[in-house]
Design a protein. Sequence first.
Length: 115
Amino acid sequence: MADFVLKLAENVKATAGVHTAYGDPITIDDVTVIPVALAWFGFGGGEGDQGSIEGSGGGGGGASVPIGAYYKDKTGVRFDPNPIALLAVAIPFVWAVTAGVALVFRSLRGRRRRR
């Protein structure tokens, strides 16, 4: 069973990784472009009795989001982020921080009024 899970994880990793989002590193005119992606995946299993015909099971899936690329040339290495992925991460983060700060101020203001 452990071998099956390891083989399944390797197959999913190969199909839901950076290669799905971008592809292999590319070298053009002494500049190497190395893609970077955030990938995650999950899968499920099933259950049932060996003697029974009935059982149940589940599946899984994954996603790969390109977040940028490293550029390596004569001057060094630099990272250029994907602006769409940056916005996809930044907008919920800013909303959560703003909501948290507003909640703290509302709590402090309510405490001061009770005194």
